[in-house]
Design a protein around this ligand. Structure first.
Ligand code: HEC
Length: 150
């Protein structure tokens, strides 16, 4: 009897450790992807300012940063990670291909922008800036909720 009780206590302790580690893992996941998104936001803002100032070198660097970060998006949304403080919609995993396409669209737009900036082609740069912010907005419209889940 005593042994059984001990066994139960042990199981409960292990289970609660497991649950809390899952919660920590989720908080970590949310933080990582929100941090990446905030970095993207800073890059997009720098690009807009640089486009006005016709500072093509900055545009090229920041657009390349966005190419790199767009490739990381997929890995930062492990299946079903909707717990904790997040704006991620469950549709992300129901329409995973579309979500992936949204990330590639950003990568492609950022690549074209970097190229246009390298060529100092102002018309293409202006169009590229729009395409990049369109790629951000398009994905948010489909997959980001207005408010945090908690
Ligand atoms: C493939 C889809 C996708 C693309 C492309 C994308 N985002 Fe996001 N973004 C999301 C999702 C989903 C969230 C919600 C993440 C969460 O709360 O866990 C988000 C959240 C954010 C946030 C809020 C972060 C926070 O702290 O809550 C900012 C800012 C942001 N994105 C900026 C951008 C910018 C700028 C771009 C383009 C350069 C961009 N995003 C491109 C899907 C995308």
């Amino acid at each position: 009897m005593v042994q059984r009780k001990l066994l139960w206590a042990g199981l409960v302790a292990v289970a609660s450790l497991f649950i809390s580690s899952q919660l920590f893992a989720q908080a970590d996941v949310n933080e990582k992807r929100q941090k990446l998104m905030k970095g993207q936001s800073a890059a997009a803002k720098a690009i807009k300012g640089a486009a006005e100032a016709k500072d093509y070198a900055t545009i090229e660097t920041k657009a390349k940063d966005l190419m790199g970060s767009s490739e990381k998006i997929g890995d930062l949304f492990p299946k079903g990670s909707t717990a904790g403080k997040t704006k991620a919609k469950a549709d992300i995993w129901d329409k995973w291909d579309d979500f992936g396409k949204g990330a590639s669209k950003l990568g492609k737009a950022a690549g074209e922008l970097a190229k246009a900036a390298g060529e100092k082609d102002d018309a293409k740069v202006q169009a590229g800036v729009k395409a990049v912010s369109g790629a951000c907005g398009g994905c948010h419209k489909a997959f980001r909720a207005e408010k945090y889940s908690e």
